[in-house]
Write a protein that binds this ligand. Structure first.
Ligand SMILES: O=C(O)CCC(=O)C(=O)O
Ligand SMILES: [Fe+2]
Length: 362
């Protein structure tokens, strides 16, 4: 059984065309249930902002070493900032990528005595303006548009699954929220020690909107037969995929799909990408929200078949803890040096033998 052999391309401009909107919704239903990945063409994000973010990506990694040191993630209780190549392990092997974690604007609200996971949201660390003029403002303007798209996309998903319009509203209560976003660099194979850019994994929250910020192939998506299907860059698209929390709350209808990135070949320039990860309210326990799907929709899942053996396991804790806690655990596993400093109890739980050389997310 192989449920897909390519990643479908959906044209967002159909959404505002009353005659063709049903076509989009049908394609979306298929992509959510059978693939868990799609390309979104003509997304409602200003082209000039997307192009500017793409142009900034290589420059961000050229800021001086002492600025990278100042911005290192260890300086942020919110797990924002710079991570060098080799800081993380996925599936037992070191990831060959360098990255900056940023977030949408958020004022820290955690105080001692509050649940620890509330501390995950707070201000990001930004490079000195004079070192990269305009970057912060441009990137935040870009993120705001992707955030709006992410909510609009949830409404389309609710429609595609035949749910009442407010069905997922408990995950987005009024008031401020924070979404995470990164800028990632994958050096070519000859300057790193393996071709694992990032190993097989699932994303955590609801939706991921990935901007492939250079021409390199390398992103791959695993189908139900275990085959790795290429998802090469397509200009003016986002790659959209489903996180574990959304899979869980939709009873597996929206499928979280394992994916990985292979390093560019020797002699190549580096690959860059800019993923945006849509968050959900930190206090919500996913199993507390029970959705009712029609038998016709549920049958589509049965026709797909069970999600087969895949090469990744992570974020299984959504059945148990508030979603903020699940994400905090994920961060602690990935970045033990940050955990040791700001979350000593959790650090002891996951690293009883002390600080490892690298984090191991999955
Ligand atoms: O860089 C990419 O294309 C994908 C990155 C990714 O899957 C992740 O960071 O979760
Ligand atoms: Fe991912």
């Amino acid at each position: 059984m192989s449920n897909f052999s390519s990643v479908p391309v959906l044209d967002y401009s159909l959404v505002s065309d009353p005659a063709r909107r049903p076509e989009f919704i049908a394609q979306l239903r298929h992509a959510l249930i059978n693939v868990g990945f799609l390309y979104l063409a003509n997304p409602p994000v200003a082209r000039e902002d997307t192009d500017a973010v793409i142009a900034y990506a290589p420059k961000l990694f050229e800021i001086p070493e002492d600025e990278k040191e100042r911005l290192r993630m260890r300086n942020s209780p919110h797990f924002f900032g710079y991570s060098r190549v080799g800081a993380e392990i996925t599936k037992g092997k070191t990831d060959q990528r360098e990255q900056f974690d940023f977030g949408t604007p958020f004022e820290a609200r955690w105080k001692p005595g509050d649940p620890e996971y509330l501390r995950l949201w707070g201000p990001a660390q930004w490079p000195e303006e004079s070192l990269l003029p305009g970057f912060r403002e441009t990137y935040l303007r870009y993120l705001k548009q992707v955030e709006t798209l992410s909510y609009d996309f949830i409404a389309l998903l609710v429609e595609a699954f035949g749910l009442p319009s407010g069905a997922l509203a408990p995950f987005f209560p009024p008031g401020p929220m924070q979404h995470r976003a990164k800028v990632v660099k994958y050096p070519a194979r000859d300057s790193v020690t393996s071709d694992q850019g990032v190993g097989p994994h699932y994303d955590s929250g609801f939706l991921t909107f990935l901007l492939q910020a250079s021409d390199h192939p390398g992103l791959q998506v695993q189908n139900l037969s275990g085959e790795w299907i290429d998802a090469p860059p397509i200009p003016n698209t986002f790659v959209v995929n489903i996180g574990k929390a959304l899979e869980k709350v939709t009873q597996g209808l929206a499928q979280a799909t394992s994916h990985q990135v292979l390093s560019p070949p020797p002699g190549s320039t580096p690959r860059y990408s800019v993923p945006f990860f849509q968050s959900i309210a930190q206090e919500v326990r996913v199993p507390d929200i029970q959705l009712e799907f029609s038998p016709e929709i549920l049958r589509l899942k049965d026709e797909r078949g069970a999600v087969g053996a895949s090469d990744s396991v992570n974020y299984s804790e959504y059945g148990q803890y508030p979603s903020g806690q699940v994400n905090l655990i994920g961060r602690v596993k990935s970045h033990p040096d940050v955990a040791e400093r700001y979350y000593p109890e959790l650090f002891k739980k996951y690293y009883p033998d002390g600080l490892p050389a690298q984090g191991s997310a999955y």
